[in-house]
Structure formats: structure tokens, C-alpha cells
Design a protein. Sequence first.
Length: 137
Amino acid sequence: MKFEVRVRMPHRYVEVVVEGDFDEVQKAMDFIDKFTERFEHPEKIMEVLDIPKVRYRGTLSETILALLNSSWGVTPRTFREISEALTLNGIKVTKGTLQGVLSHLARKGKLTRFKNESGRYVYALTGGGTHEQGKRV
């Protein structure tokens, strides 16, 4: 009989899938504890994913611009990536609020929102970075 176990690490960045018969899965589960130790703390996740540390800058708009103005922001980022980067930095924000701020920054011309090659919307600093912009939306 074949078994499959999925273990999602904190903050949804890493998911481990173990497949095999019962004995194989049981042996693999012994190693998952050692693997998850690396992802217990947000600081370690930020280090692995190269997410910069930012502090709240008085407004959410300024904080997002600071985040995207780092080397991490050179690559256009999805809504989810921005949301999780803020969460890892200890800045809790609802989806609706974040969407509103990102839309506001795009309307003001500070961010560009476009679809990437996989068809997902991404955000990038307007005129910044080395990304290749698609059709502006």
C-alpha cells in the first residue's frame, strides 16, 4: 500500500512530500524534525529566502516601498510574496488593506502592476530594477 504525507512548514514557504510504503514514510518522518528546525523562526526563513528586514516606516505605503526598494524587490513580486515578507517582518496586515495600498501605489505611479510570463500579477517599483515589464495593467 502506498502512502503520501505532506508537511507544510511555517509561513507556507516550504512543503515536504513523502511518498512510499509505510516503512519508508515512517523512516522519512524521523528526518523531517531535523529539517523543520531550520524553518522554526521567521529570521531563518528570511535569511534562506533573502527577504530584507524592514521596520514599519509610519505608513504601510512607505514600508512596502522600502521592501521593494531592496535587492529583493529587483524581481517583481506577487501579492502573496509581499504579504508574507511583511508578515515575516512582524507587520500584520489584512489582505484587503494590502490590496488597497498596492492599488493606491500603482495608481500614483510608484508601483507597476503587470502579468508575468506565467500569467500572474506582480508588482515592481516603477522605473526601478532590472525586470522586463510586460503589458501595464
